[in-house]
Design a protein around this ligand. Structure first.
Ligand SMILES: [Zn+2]
Length: 89
């Protein structure tokens, strides 16, 4: 079974409990919160505005667990990208 988390571009396995001051990949300071409706109330991940890599807030295992909750609310998981792009910053 494929994991929902694999749909996100995550290179760094280190969780950042608080929003990182800069991206560990490109050192860009512009990081925004990624909130996924139905998965977690608040930031579930971070995303770099520059390189668009996702950064973990929780361990991959915990993040996947939250994502699985939202999965049941959605008919087609391939629409996820649209879902988070529609969320206001
Ligand atoms: Zn970056």
């Amino acid at each position: 079974m494929s994991k929902v988390i694999d749909k996100f571009d995550i290179d760094c396995n280190k969780p950042f409990r608080d929003k990182p001051k800069e991206c560990p990949h490109c050192q860009c300071p512009d990081i925004h919160e990624v909130e996924i409706l139905g998965a977690y109330n608040g930031a579930l991940m971070w995303e770099c505005d520059y390189c668009h890599k996702f950064l973990l807030r929780f361990t991959k295992r915990t993040t996947e667990k939250h994502l699985q909750k939202a999965k049941s609310l959605l008919i087609d998981v391939s629409n996820w990208e649209e879902l988070w792009e529609q969320l206001p910053n």
